[in-house]
Ligand binder design. Structure first.
Ligand code: SOE
Length: 352
């Protein structure tokens, strides 16, 4: 079996999610590779040592270039702050590595395009992990089959509540030179990727970015109205100031034949209403969606979305097929994020 030697760059929250996926993927899926967690890269040697011991990383380094220059590393997985994504991913792609990168892909569309171009000839992935929530994947299949008929409304909210917390005021996500944006890149990026996947291309858009906190240099909230190519209307609300909501990535889609609803805080469930049924029987069904992980009804969690993403990527890699979401998909999202920022200034609509 082919060995795949991975370097993971980043030792934060996502470093943990990815380490777990790399460790677990062969426990749940018959992947055609033997994954080796070869090299872990981060800034702080003491915490690198702890993380390496906990997750079984063979070596550590504080220099990301060591991963690129390492002749035996096959794949570079980037969980660094956003400002480093482009430089590292482009260097890795040019060195012929497989490149996996956290979202948002880049600081802006120009960077994202350059990344997609550099990675054109190497297998690549952007970690929009929510596409692999089984309930969302089921919604996507039904929408592709036309089960909802003509789509009228696509309503998306991604709500978190940690924005006002003073203990998190100085994290890198609040610094524009590291993050590029606030709720927009962090949360709206997920919402837009799902929208493009579920409901197709966006034709025009108008957005608003807002900071509630005096002096804050990234947006606390990002809103957008959109017109999709399929004729439907979209509304998006992404915020870190939705007090009462911890991680509510949700959507509702209304079409001529029914409705679908999803909320990440109940990630095993998909809501469905069949509007073709007799009126007196219509009501929202709460479907407990199964997964490839366990028997029906045995629910899964956040971490499984990363494992499933990785598994599908590895199967595509084995077949020599492109994987989605890849850097081109990431760049499409980045284009919309740029449009949100631009129209927040101009207060106009932008044709895309
Ligand atoms: C933090 O806001 C965060 O961890 C995001 O960066 C992730 O992408 C999202 O899945 C959960 O929230």
């Amino acid at each position: 079996m082919r060995e795949l030697r991975v370097a993971l760059l980043g030792q934060g929250f996502m470093g943990k999610a990815h380490s777990n996926a790399l460790r677990q993927v062969s426990h749940f899926f018959d992947i055609p590779f033997r994954i080796r967690c070869s090299l872990l890269c981060g800034r702080d040697q003491a915490s690198l040592d702890r993380m390496a011991a906990r997750w079984g990383w063979e070596e550590t380094t504080t220099d990301w270039r060591a991963a690129i220059d390492h002749g035996e590393i096959d794949a570079v997985d980037i969980c660094l702050p956003n400002h480093l994504h482009a430089e590292v991913a482009i260097a890795a792609a040019r060195a012929g590595k497989i490149v996996l990168c956290e979202k948002p892909l880049a600081m802006n569309f120009a960077e994202a395009e350059a990344m997609a171009e550099a990675a054109r000839n190497v297998p690549n992935l952007v970690w929009f992990n929510y596409r692999r929530v089984p309930a969302i994947a089921l919604a996507q299949r039904w929408l592709a089959e036309g089960k909802l008929g003509d789509i009228y409304h696509y309503r998306s909210t991604y709500l978190q509540q940690w924005g006002p917390d003073p203990s998190r005021a100085n994290v890198w996500r609040m610094d524009p030179s590291f993050a590029g944006s606030g709720a927009a890149g962090d949360l709206l990026s997920h919402a837009l990727d799902l929208a493009l996947w579920l409901n197709g291309p966006v034709e025009s858009l108008s957005g608003t970015l807002h900071a509630f906190t005096p002096g804050r240099k990234v947006d606390d909230a990002a809103l957008a109205l959109a017109r999709f190519k399929n004729g439907s209307l979209g509304s998006f609300e992404a915020t870190r100031f939705a007090i009462g909501c911890r991680n509510r990535n949700a959507f509702e889609i209304h079409g001529s034949k029914g409705m679908l609803g999803f909320n990440l805080e109940r990630l095993n469930h998909l809501h469905y209403l069949d509007a073709t049924e007799p009126d007196d029987r219509q009501g929202l069904r709460d479907i407990l969606v199964g997964s490839e992980f366990w028997k029906p009804g045995h629910i899964i969690g956040y971490e499984h979305t990363f494992i499933a993403t990785l598994a599908e990527f590895l199967f595509a890699l084995d077949r020599g097929e492109p994987f989605h979401p890849n850097f081109e998909d990431g760049a499409k999202v980045q284009r919309l994020l740029d449009a949100v920022a631009t129209t927040s200034e101009t207060r106009q609509w932008l044709e895309l």
